[in-house]
Design a binder for this molecule. Structure first.
Ligand code: C2E
Ligand code: CA
Ligand code: CA
Length: 548
């Protein structure tokens, strides 16, 4: 603000002085004209130049009086026009600055809006709901009233999508959103959580009766048939309800409990259910885990295991893949398949990825200090890759250390790239500049385009284990593995095979020209100390078998 003001003042100053310069120029010319005219008149009328003669012509000639007035006129004109011009120009600059400010503000608003709203229905999305739910919970706890969260999931929506197509499915979702909008109060929030799931946040619930009345209204608007392509469709929905503070006092718990209730309602086919402990049996285990994952991060229950990768060219092991585990106090060691998706759904994946990157980079340096040089590959989910902060997070994790070239490999999937190729391109390039290598994980299972692969700064391809594990019994799998190896090499990439469970598979892959092997035959993923012990005791023996 201060800068703007300062800028405008100096513009004004420049303008004024430019006008003043012109006025001064006019003033000098007019003084010059007065002097020349007076002297000339004096000379012509008296035959010489004298002070008396000058006084006489100045006194007697009205033309000279007019001329005498000119410098004053210029002086006045200069001042006046200078001020007017500068004022007008200043207004113009002000207007333009305001226009620019307005444009920037509306652009910022638009970006913010798009990040927090669902593009199909224009409703708030999961992120905005999280935020509002958090605020509502805090206010409710302070003022001692209740907040209600209703999750609504359409029954058999998939059938509509499959039989009538996605376009019809989208239109149906819009109609549902319009009907629900009609019954939601201004102070409450209707959000689309994704797919056919909606959420309604009731910021002020007096009693369960209140809640049931509202649910009745939902049932009433949903009971009327939906019109789609000239057809009349009956659509049912299952509702799950959770209340704060009764069922939870934080966002994750409340959403998780409402989901449990919604699953119960779906299975019992009774329209809606309000959460209670005995409904927990309806929830898949992952739902109860969801509420606990945030605490797991804080309580240090997550650990990284490391699985070695055997480099067939150098016949050494100098790289491992970092794979996350959850040491759960009740369920024991949990595999990432049980909680990574959950983390993605709740948004916790960002914190989890930060943790994994931090931990991996620390481990690289710990091993370096022990004179045990090992580079690590880290898995990055699509939502995290497309997070423009990722390079900054890595810089942050590096702290004062310097990441040497190729110490860290980022494993991404084809899906991450396809979602937004331009953004992926930009982020991957920045990561590359930081010294990270990029590897395409689970290659062969997703959609990819050769054009993207060629353009991206990728250096490695990992053949998905589903093709490798059975390749000796399934000739189609073997053909796929061989084609991926050839494709990778033609693109100038290193090819890694994962899921190598036997020496026979390892040898076949070696014949096919695969560069790196990873799998249970060599070692399962191990905690760091066991990994070091494996490296010292078994690595060479296993590698020597490949040489026979
Ligand atoms: P992935 O990236 O494909 O990792 C390889 C998985 O295959 C690992 O499972 C590994 O234990 C398993 N595996 C390795 N060799 C063999 C083998 O010879 N046979 C068989 N049957 N399996 C083998 P894990 O550790 O359970 O990880 C599962 C998935 O979870 C990973 O698949 C990865 O997509 C994800 N994941 C693991 N850690 C992280 C992480 O830190 N962040 C993210 N975003 N995802 C992770
Ligand atoms: Ca991987
Ligand atoms: Ca993989």
């Amino acid at each position: 603000m201060k800068n703007n003001q300062h800028g405008r003042d100096s513009n004004l100053h420049v303008l004024k002085s430019s006008v003043n310069r012109h006025a001064l120029f006019g003033l000098s010319i007019s003084i010059f004209a007065v002097v020349v005219a007076t002297l000339a008149n004096c000379y012509f009328s008296t035959g010489s130049l004298s002070l008396n003669g000058i006084y006489a012509v100045q006194k007697d000639l009205p033309v000279l009086w007019l001329l005498d007035a000119l410098p004053f006129i210029f002086l006045f004109w200069g001042q006046h026009v200078g001020s007017v011009l500068a004022y007008e120009a200043n207004t113009l600059i002000n207007d333009q600055t305001d226009d620019l400010k307005n444009q920037t503000a509306s652009l910022e608003k638009q970006v913010m809006y798009e990040a927090t709203h669902d593009s199909l229905t224009d409703l708030p999305n999961r992120i905005l709901l999280h935020d509002r739910l958090d605020q509502a919970i805090n206010t409710a706890i302070r003022h001692k009233y209740k907040v209600g969260l209703i999750l609504l999931d359409l029954d058999r929506f998939k059938e509509v999508n499959d039989t009538l197509g996605h376009f019809a499915g989208d239109r149906l979702l819009k109609q549902v959103s319009l009907r629900l909008t009609g019954i939601v109060r201004k102070s409450d929030t209707l959000a689309r959580m994704g797919g056919d799931e909606f959420a309604i946040l009731l910021t002020h619930v007096k009693s369960t009766k209140d809640l049931e009345l509202f649910i009745n209204r939902i049932t009433k608007v949903m009971v009327l048939p939906f019109k789609l392509s000239g057809m009349s469709l009956d659509l049912q929905a299952s509702l799950g309800v959770a209340l704060c503070p009764d069922h939870g006092k934080d966002v994750d718990t409340l959403i998780q409990r409402a989901e449990v209730a919604m699953y119960a309602a779906k299975q019992k086919r009774n329209g809606y259910a309000i959460y209670s402990r005995n409904l927990d049996r309806f929830s898949p285990r992952r739902l109860t885990l969801m509420g606990e994952l945030r605490q797991a991060l804080q309580r240090d229950e997550l650990i990284l295991y490391y699985q070695p990768q055997i480099n067939l060219l150098t016949k050494t092991v100098h790289q491992a893949e970092a794979l996350i585990r959850w040491q759960h106090p009740i369920h024991g060691l949990l595999s990432p398949n049980e909680f990574i998706q959950l983390a993605e759904r709740t948004g916790l994946i960002k914190e989890l990825t930060n943790w994994v990157l931090n931990q991996s980079i620390n481990q690289i340096f710990k091993w370096q200090e022990k004179n045990f040089p090992m580079t690590l590959a880290v898995n990055i989910s699509p939502s995290c890759l497309l997070n423009t902060e990722l390079p900054e997070i890595i810089i942050g994790s590096l702290g004062s250390h310097n990441l040497g070239k190729s110490m860290l490999t980022i494993e991404i999937t084809e899906t991450s790239i396809i979602q937004d190729p331009d953004l992926a391109y930009e982020i991957l390039n920045r990561l590359k500049k930081l010294g990270a290598d990029i590897s395409i994980d689970d290659f062969g299972t997703g959609y990819s385009s050769m054009a993207h692969l060629k353009k991206l700064p990728v250096s490695e391809m990992k053949i998905d284990k589903s093709f490798v594990m059975d390749m000796l019994n399934n000739s189609d799998d073997e053909t796929i593995v061989k084609s991926i190896i050839d494709l990778g090499h033609n693109l100038g990439l290193t090819v890694v095979a994962e899921g190598v469970e036997s020496i026979h598979i390892a040898k076949r892959l070696q014949q096919l020209g695969c560069d790196t092997l990873q799998g249970y035959h060599f070692s399962k993923p191990l905690p760091p100390e066991e990994f070091e012990a494996w490296h010292a005791g078994y690595a060479d023996v296993l590698i020597s078998e490949l040489l026979d």
